[in-house]
Design a protein around this ligand. Structure first.
Ligand code: ZN
Length: 403
């Protein structure tokens, strides 16, 4: 049963489902794979125009410098798009952070580019759920909030980054800066399940490259003078896998390098990912990794250089964050719908925000499914459902409901 006060019903009146759908269609038609800087530039322009309808100032922030290790072992700069920031009432006593991302996992040459209405309720298309629909929800909910007198007591920053899908490496410092001093945060990743279930606690994630440099030699004439970089990394990969346990998954993913069959290879690169479930498990791993690298380097007489680290710290849900979850669930109940949550193995900007000590619910976006696949879809009515939920949650945050 819907159980809203008169003022809350009035608050929801301006929400416009057609406008949200039109924006989602328009934005999903622009390819904005994380590496497509031109597409990201076009998205940033579109989003700047949409968010300019709110009070405050929209800026596009330069990406922080990021490097990556190439297959040749050399460190190279990695380019990213600019990140959108809107600051509204920065002097308000109670301030919150809303975040989303404009990039998708689909590069410009991926076959999945077009949106397609499968039926009345289902829109298939790249980024429809993850998360251009979610960005439309942010904008719509804030516009509705701004029509309420309660808005005057809430300050907020909106951040829409351009690199979330590859780990937010160039926006992480910006996220940390914006999270500082915030009362709460809402992130608009799609719901964890098509029924609207929220993601609760999350594990973390770290990505690493290890560059091995040995000494090349002829495989037949003087192999004893060679120091095999590839074998050193194969050994390291096996030992890393042995560090896998219940609280920390380790996935050696790829070895690049090597040489012709008659050459002892003098360089190679190993890539691996870890998924720590707790902050302690991540710390313990990083300490053990330093020792392991020393050992392997010594035993194989190669040099090993480590690049990367834990870019998404694990996100436990503490009591303050739980109160924000309760507030979201109670608000959804007032709209006549049940809402539950479950832990997630995935990571997102909610991990980075939680690491700053700010309570966050990070799946406030639309309902949909099959994200990161060519079957990604948005459940169209969820645009309005989630905009109503967000508008009421923002209104309750503005009126001091979260203590
Ligand atoms: Zn996403």
């Amino acid at each position: 049963m819907i159980d809203l006060k008169v003022e809350e019903t009035a608050l929801l009146a301006p929400l416009d489902a057609d406008r949200m759908l039109e924006r989602t269609l328009r934005w999903s038609a622009i390819n904005s794979g994380t590496g497509n800087l031109a597409g990201l530039g076009q998205m940033a322009e579109e989003l700047s125009a949409a968010f300019a309808q709110l009070p405050g100032e929209v800026t596009l922030e330069a990406p922080a410098p990021v490097t990556a290790i190439g297959a040749d072992g050399e460190e190279k700069p990695l380019d990213h798009g600019r990140h959108l920031v809107l600051k509204v009432r920065p002097d308000a006593e109670r301030r919150i952070l809303l975040t989303g991302h404009m990039d998708t996992v689909f590069p410009a040459d991926h076959p999945f580019q077009a949106t397609n209405r499968l039926d009345e309720d289902t829109l298939k298309g790249p980024g429809t759920a993850d998360m251009k629909g979610g960005i439309a929800v942010i904008c719509e909910a804030l516009m509705a909030l701004e029509r309420s007198p309660a808005a005057a007591s809430l300050g907020y920053d909106v951040m829409i980054n351009a690199d979330e899908e590859t780990g937010s490496l160039s926006s992480a410092p910006l996220i940390a800066r914006l999270a500082e001093g915030k009362h709460a945060a809402l992130t608009y990743e799609p719901a964890a399940r098509p029924d609207g279930t929220l993601a609760h606690a999350r594990g973390g994630s770290g990505n690493y490259s290890v560059v091995a440099r040995g000494r090349s030699a002829h495989a037949g004439r003087n192999p004893e003078e060679g120091r095999n970089a590839l074998v050193a990394l194969a050994d390291l990969a096996v030992r890393l896998k042995a560090m896998h346990h219940e609280e920390l998954y380790v996935n050696p993913a790829r070895i690049e390098g090597g040489a012709a069959n008659n050459v002892v290879p003098d360089h190679a690169v190993l890539r691996f990912n870890i998924r720590p479930k707790t902050i302690a498990a991540g710390d313990t791993f990083e300490n053990a990794l330093a020792t392991l690298l020393d050992q392997v380097a010594r035993e194989h007489e190669v040099s090993l250089n480590l690049h990367g680290g834990i870019s998404r710290p694990p996100k436990p849900v503490d009591s303050r964050a739980q109160r924000l979850f309760d507030l979201v669930r109670d608000t959804e109940a007032r709209l006549g719908r049940d809402l539950s949550w479950q832990p997630s193995g995935g990571v997102c900007d909610g991990n980075n925000i939680a690491a700053c000590g700010v309570p966050v619910v990070d799946t406030m976006g639309v309902r949909g499914g099959a994200i990161h696949s060519p079957d990604e879809y948005l459940i169209v009515p969820s645009l309005l459902e989630r905009a109503a939920l967000s508008t009421l949650v923002l209104h309750r945050l503005a009126t001091g409901a979260l203590r």
